[in-house]
Every structure is written in C-alpha cells, then in structure tokens.
Design a protein around this ligand. Structure first.
Ligand code: NAI
Ligand code: A1CAB
Length: 277
C-alpha cells in the first residue's frame, strides 16, 4: 500500500479526514485505514451512536471539525442522507473532497446539497475492506480533478483493490456484484456448512471446511493464471464427485447461473430505486 500510505500521511494526515457515519461500512474502512497507518488523531467521526469499538480507537468523535479537512467520507444510509449531509454544507466550498459510499445516491443529489463546485467522488466499497481485501469502484463529478481522484483512490487502495468506472450508470450493477457480493459469499459459506451437516458432519467441522474452502478457492482464483472456469475444470474428474454436484448447480432452470443472475439483477434494480428516492 505504498501509494495509499504516501497520500494518507500527507494531505489527509495534515488536514484531517471526516467520517460521516461509522456503522458497518464506515467501521470496516476505518479499521483498514488505522491498520494501514493513518493516525487516529487525523480522523473526525460524526455519528449519533458511536460503537464501543469506535470509542476505543482514539479518533475524535462528535466534536468540532477542522476548518478545511482534506476529505469527507460519507457512510450513512441513503435514507439518513437528508438529515446528515446538510450539517456539512459549509465544507462544500471546493477545498474539501467529498467521497460517498452510499448505495443508490447520485452525484447530482450531493451537488444539490453541497454545490456543483464541490469535488465529489462516488464510491462503492465492500466490507472485506476491514482486512485490506475490499474492492472499491469510483467515479468523480466534473469538479473532481485528477488530484482529487488520485487522493480518493489512494485512500481506498489502503483497504483493497480499486477500479475507476467509465460512467456513473455502472454503479448500480457494481453495487449488485461487489458491494452486496460479500453477503452472497457468506450465505454460500452458511449453506455449504449446513449441507455438510445434513450429510452427517458435526457443525463446527462443517463450518471449518466451508470457510476454508471458500477462502482458499477465492485466494486461488485471485492468484492463479487460469480462469475460474479452468480452475473449476481442474477440480472436476470425469464422472467423479464434483461432476455429480455441478450437474445440480449448473442446472439451467434452478442452478447457480439463474439464481445469481436474478439476485444481482434484484440488487441492481434496488440501487436504481434508491437513486430515484
Ligand atoms: N454494509 C455494506 O456492506 C456496504 C454499505 N455501503 C453503504 O454504506 C452506507 C452505510 O451502510 P452501513 O454501514 O451498512 O449502515 P449502518 O447502519 O451500519 O451505519 C450507518 C451509520 O450512520 C449513523 N448515522 C445515522 N444518522 C446519522 C447522522 N445524521 N449523522 C451521522 N451518522 C449517522 C448510524 O448511527 C450508523 O452508525 C450506506 O449508504 C450503504 O449503502 C456501501 C457498500 C457496502
Ligand atoms: O445493502 C445495501 O444496501 C448496502 C449497499 C451494498 C452493500 N450493502
């Protein structure tokens, strides 16, 4: 994280980072930044319900903000935005970069509150950020300079991979794939463990096998030169056990492809609905 570290320790460390909302996603990111070397003294959090974890980090909580922070990270629920964001309107003066991770909340809606002169980056991270293994997609408004985008990207690179989008319209589908995606994988772990139990394994053994299998397969998919399809073929002996399972999972009507296509479409659709208010 050399690039992220450099950016975090310069402008953001000196001028400060404000985190608006520190629930599940805000804490996942903050945990990643603190672990990556961002000093707690450079962070101001605004949240009416600070968790015990947050209070133990040593960041500034619900106190006066620096006059010109380098960056405001907005991590409240879309439904809370109308209450939360106007309190930071004074920082929409062009000097502070706003980065929002809120699902289905358009750049235009931020410009309406903060002013079109405000540099705004819309981002979609995911919770593996807490251990530096997230992925975040970003896109800026017309007022976000190359330096603004670099700063947002460097901060987010400290908690995992980053990708830049070509258009804001891609953000709904990104949310359906990687923003919500960890939940699908956690559900896969739950159901794989339950399926093992159904075949007679003790619960703790089934869960250990399921977690290690998903973690190991994910790591292999990231590290290997082969495609995930080839990696799947590598596991599948002709007429063996995997083939028997894949005939169930790859069923055209009730298998994974159909299920996941529907699940991601539902998440994408919900993101679009949220942006319509
Ligand atoms: N949880 C996830 O996996 C992801 C969440 N997001 C986005 O992150 C945002 C936050 O989601 P979560 O962390 O899951 O929700 P959450 O409910 O865990 O956290 C929201 C936090 O905002 C605080 N809050 C409420 N009103 C506030 C106000 N007026 N001022 C300041 N703070 C206020 C709450 O006390 C809470 O701690 C959402 O916009 C969501 O779309 C994006 C990607 C992934
Ligand atoms: O469920 C949600 O709406 C948020 C956005 C992506 C992940 N969690």
């Amino acid at each position: 994280m050399a690039k992220g570290e450099r950016m975090i320790t310069s402008d953001i460390e000196t001028r400060g980072l404000v985190l608006l909302g520190c629930g599940k996603m805000g804490s996942a990111m903050l945990a990643g930044w603190l672990k990556g070397g961002l000093p707690a003294s450079s962070v101001w959090v605004l949240d009416p319900n600070p968790s015990d974890w947050l209070q133990a980090t040593g960041v500034h909580i619900n106190v006066d903000l620096p006059a010109m922070p380098a960056l405001v990270l907005v991590a409240v629920k879309p439904q809370m935005m109308g209450d939360a964001l106007p309190k930071l309107q004074a920082l929409g003066n062009g000097e502070t970069l706003f980065v929002s991770v809120a699902a289905g909340t358009s750049i235009t809606s931020f410009e309406e509150t903060l002013g079109a002169q405000t540099p705004i980056v819309r981002a979609m991270p995911n919770t593996p950020a807490a251990i530096g293994q997230g992925i975040t997609a970003i896109i800026g408004n017309d007022h976000a300079s190359a330096a603004n985008l670099d700063m947002a990207e460097a901060l987010l690179a400290a908690i995992g991979q980053t990708v830049r989008l070509d258009s804001e319209a891609q953000m709904d589908a990104v949310t359906g794939v990687s923003g919500s995606g960890p939940a699908y994988v956690f559900h896969l772990i739950e159901t794989l463990a339950a399926a093992g139990e159904a075949q007679g394994l003790p619960a703790d053994l089934a869960m250990q096998l399921a977690k290690a299998t998903v973690a190991g397969a994910g790591a292999l998919a990231q590290a290997a030169e082969e495609t995930p399809s080839q990696l799947r073929v590598n596991v599948t002996s002709p007429n063996g056990t995997t083939q028997a399972a894949l005939e169930v999972l790859m069923n055209e009507e009730s298998g994974f492809p159909d299920l996941l296509t529907h699940a991601v479409a539902a998440a994408t659709q919900r993101s679009k609905e949220l942006s319509r208010g």
